[in-house]
Design a binder for this molecule. Structure first.
Ligand code: NDP
Length: 242
């Protein structure tokens, strides 16, 4: 039987593509989501992948949610921290709520999701933690002080945890996608997309969720056992971090 993989925010966008790709690669996959029941049930009907609803910014909910997943599928060996939100605003207009929601989901969410799973990975001597950060955590983006801070924090989290997991055969890596065709990017006005974003992407197009999913499948595989603490950028050449 395949290893158990849990994908947060795994019911739509990049997360849905990750869930589907991991299932196709032989993993037993659980997908979590937050509030969009309709999309989650459509996803479940289309894929057969079990879905679980909780808020990654709520620690107790993560403990209970992980326990429910493990009861149904067994111990989680692959964790994909994908759930994320944007609450963009120029900093002088950014509210404490916009700041806190994004930090709570996109940064604290990684602590909340990883912490209940980590002791089991240590005990079993195997684990893969793969977090979806962002190009904007690497290079910054106006209107996204909250999002860029959280996504940059995800990279620090990844490197620190990689050191702690190394002796237990747990790898911890991050992926920084560039602009990718999902609901999050569909929310950007088309004029901004065409005039301000696409001209800066050397390959001349947005990424596809499936392209990010293939990066996850690779990092989850045994072939990637020597890769830990790394950041895999997949952004069409838009930003080449050193
Ligand atoms: P989408 O908005 O398409 O999907 C987000 C998913 O995360 C949904 O399943 C959503 O659940 C879930 N989610 C959101 N908040 C919570 C929460 N508090 N608790 C649990 N689940 C939650 O996002 P994308 O697919 O575009 O993005 C996925 C990840 O990739 C994010 O971390 C994002 O920051 C990152 N990213 C995206 C890029 C892009 O261009 N799209 C570029 C770089 C990084 P529900 O359906 O219930 O709302």
């Amino acid at each position: 039987m395949g290893r158990v993989a849990l994908v947060s925010g795994g019911t739509r966008g990049i997360g849905a593509a990750v869930s589907i790709a991991l299932k196709a690669a032989g993993y037993r996959v659980a997908a979590s989501y937050h509030g969009n029941d309709e999309r989650a049930s459509q996803f479940h009907e289309a894929t057969g992948i079990p879905v679980f609803k909780w808020d990654v910014s709520d620690y107790d909910a993560c403990v209970a949610g992980v326990a429910a997943v493990e009861k149904q599928l067994g111990p989680v060996e692959i964790l994909v921290n994908n759930a994320g939100i944007a609450r963009d605003n120029m900093f002088h207009r950014m509210t404490p709520q916009q700041w806190n929601e994004v930090i709570g989901t996109n940064l604290t969410g990684l602590f909340n999701m990883t912490h209940p799973i980590w002791p089991g990975m240590r005990e079993r001597g195997f684990g893969r933690v793969i977090s979806i950060s962002s190009i904007n955590g690497q290079k910054g983006q106006l209107g996204q002080a909250n999002y860029a801070a959280a996504k940059a924090g995800d990279l620090g989290f990844t490197k620190a945890l990689a050191l702690e997991g190394a002796s237990r055969n747990i790898t911890v890596n991050a992926i920084c996608p560039g602009y990718t065709e999902t609901d999050m990017v569909k929310a950007i006005p088309s004029q901004v997309l065409e005039e301000k974003i696409l001209p800066h992407i050397p390959v001349g197009r947005l990424g596809k969720p499936e392209e990010i999913a293939r990066c996850v499948v690779f990092l989850a595989s045994d072939d990637a056992g020597f890769i830990t603490g790394s950041t895999l950028t997949a952004n069409g050449g838009q930003y080449m971090a050193g």
